[in-house]
Design a protein. Structure first.
Length: 242
């Protein structure tokens, strides 16, 4: 099993195509930040509140992780090498190794985002005459982003196994949360808050604008999505191999 995970990790950091994948993942919180120009208006806030406002887009790291977690599966399907991998290591090891690798790579990517995002927020705050102030709410955003990253990578990996298609998976883990879920959040928040992307986001910003779930319900919903999608993915792969 360790050999299989190590092999998947090596695949995850090799190839020029991965640069584009990681760039897209990093740009997710940036998109959220710039889509709401009011986040830059921090001059009227105290340092703690201003810091929290600039860190809130990190709640979308779970979406980035879903994209990265799915790539290890969909890339092999795209290049028609998945069957060879399954023959070599078996379904159980391949299935688990790709999920574990997706989580580890996503956490590494999150660490890079954490460093650069915090540095960028410090510069924006300094420009407004404020300093970075890590209040309990700010640390909650970081912690929620880590949890969302782990769960998001598992969701993405499961979707990748279910669809076995790069473009379909990208649409489901990127386009759907950023377009459909955000639109529903504005028009039907009572339904949207139970969607996977918004449940992951709520781990960092619980109860955001009275539209997202609190931490415990959000974690429960996210775990239901993870377990359900993994069960479907495993069942589909077992049927494919039978």
């Amino acid at each position: 099993m360790m050999y299989a995970v190590r092999s998947e990790l090596l695949r995850s950091v090799s190839g020029l195509s991965l640069v584009a994948v990681y760039l897209v993942a990093i740009l997710m919180p940036v998109f959220v930040l710039v889509s709401d120009g009011s986040r830059f208006d921090v001059g009227a806030l105290d340092a703690g509140a201003a810091t929290v406002r600039l860190l809130e887009p990190l709640a979308w790291c779970g979406i980035s992780a879903a994209f990265v977690g799915a790539y290890g599966v969909t890339r092999e399907c795209y290049y028609a090498s998945m069957d060879r991998t399954l023959t070599g290591v078996g379904l159980g090891r391949a299935f688990s190794a790709k999920l574990v690798s997706g989580v580890l790579v996503s956490l590494g990517l999150w660490l890079c985002i954490f460093v650069f995002w915090t540095a960028g927020a410090s510069l924006l705050l300094a420009d407004a005459g404020l300093g970075l102030t890590l209040t309990p709410d700010a640390w909650r955003i970081y912690a929620g982003a880590v949890a969302g990253t782990v769960l998001g990578a598992l969701i993405g990996g499961a979707v990748g196994w279910i669809t076995r298609n790069y473009y379909t998976t990208a649409a489901l883990v990127l386009v759907y949360p950023m377009a459909v879920e955000l639109a529903l959040l504005r028009t039907a928040p009572e339904m949207a808050r139970f969607s996977p992307g918004l449940a992951l986001a709520a781990l960092s910003v619980p109860g955001y604008e009275d539209r997202l779930l609190d931490v415990v319900p959000a974690l429960g919903v996210a775990l239901v999505w993870v377990v359900g999608l993994l069960a479907v993915a495993w069942a589909r792969e077992r049927r494919r191999g039978s």
